[in-house]
Design a protein around this ligand. Structure first.
Ligand SMILES: [Zn+2]
Ligand SMILES: [Zn+2]
Length: 332
């Protein structure tokens, strides 16, 4: 089969590899769509972590090709989704309290084990999601990481229908965050750089758009009454800091991006208004199931651009340059 193999920093090659076969408890999945996450771009620059090579891709939809011994709930031909969490131990403190994504012994799809930028991948049957036939593979793959991460961020920020919700960064995660917050019934303020994103943000369901290049974000949000909940999806600590300044009293900012520079905080600003800054991770199997159902109920779908698998490098560069609206999806 063909797979995009990451052999080292900035060295990714689409070539023939051995088609995987399922171990007991596993299924192999014929890939229909594999979306490109920001994490794939980081991995592309850094190379495979602690090993010679890996096939990236952790937002995958396909059909079950083969099942291993002991798999009773999947059949060849079933449409399934394969997420970021390949497998957790199920026994540690994190797993037993329901935070399997924090398991210290977890394995990550496309990092620890080969992922979906290929014609076939394998995954434990217990960790794949059954995807209804009505779901389009290309439009479903990005929900498995970008969508659920944005949704979890909004929940961590306590976003609800009564709230003014600011979402910073209208890209892979942010454009899904806007749709989820709008479906929740919130008053949605999209924050991004430049005027290019305004029309898209409003079309996605934002009630207002704040151009971070034209105005002071914190001041503008405060003039609007402050953000009760905020979600930052940008990989820039400095930008996150401006959002903290825009929080209303009792407001919470959830961060889902991982910048290298620190977030600057005024303790006075936090304690004067009981404000908070929290992190939100990519979610459990249960949270992904609930997110997929929420998206189906509210007609939420990512805006995608398809790339053939052989153009994986072009797709990675487009994601890095921010020219993709808003999620690149590889199709084998
Ligand atoms: Zn991801
Ligand atoms: Zn565990």
């Amino acid at each position: 089969m063909r797979a995009a193999v990451l052999d080292g920093p900035e060295s990714i090659d689409v070539r023939e590899t051995e088609r995987p076969t399922p171990d007991p408890g596993e299924a192999t999945i014929a890939v229909e769509a594999s979306a490109v996450c920001g994490g794939d771009v980081e991995a592309y620059h850094e190379g495979p972590p602690g090993k010679d090579s890996v096939v990236p891709g952790h937002e995958v939809v396909g059909r079950v090709a083969e099942v291993g011994d002991g798999v009773t709930d999947l059949t060849t031909g079933d449409r399934v989704g394969v997420p970021w969490l390949h497998e957790a131990c199920g026994r540690c403190v994190a797993c037993s309290r329901g935070d399997e994504q924090m398991c210290p012994d977890r394995e990550i799809t496309g990092t620890d084990v080969d992922g979906g930028h290929a014609e076939t991948l394998r995954a434990p049957a217990a960790y794949v999601h059954e995807i209804p036939e009505a779901f389009e593979p290309v439009e479903t793959a990005p929900l498995l990481c970008a969508g659920v991460t944005a949704h979890n961020g909004l929940r961590a920020a306590g976003a609800s229908a009564e709230d003014r919700v600011a979402i910073q960064g209208i890209g892979g995660l942010g454009h899904l965050g806007v749709q989820v917050a709008d479906a929740m019934g919130a008053d949605v303020i999209a924050v991004s750089r430049g005027e290019d994103g305004r029309d898209a943000a409003l079309e996605l369901g934002a009630d207002r758009y704040v151009d971070a290049e034209a105005v002071d974000v914190a001041e503008t949000l405060q003039e609007l009454g402050g953000a009760d909940a905020a979600l930052s999806t940008v990989p820039a600590g400095e930008a996150m800091s401006t959002l903290v300044g825009g929080l209303a009293e009792n407001g919470t900012l959830a961060v889902v991006g991982a910048p290298s520079d620190p977030i600057e905080l005024s303790a006075r600003h936090l304690l004067d208004g009981d404000r908070a800054v929290v992190g939100a991770s990519s979610g459990t199997r249960a949270e992904r199931e609930r997110h997929l159902a929420f998206c189906a109920r509210h007609d939420i779908a990512p805006w995608t651009e398809e790339f053939p698998l052989r153009d994986v490098e072009t797709a990675l560069e487009a994601v890095e340059d921010g020219t993709v609206r808003f999620r690149a999806v590889l199709v084998p």
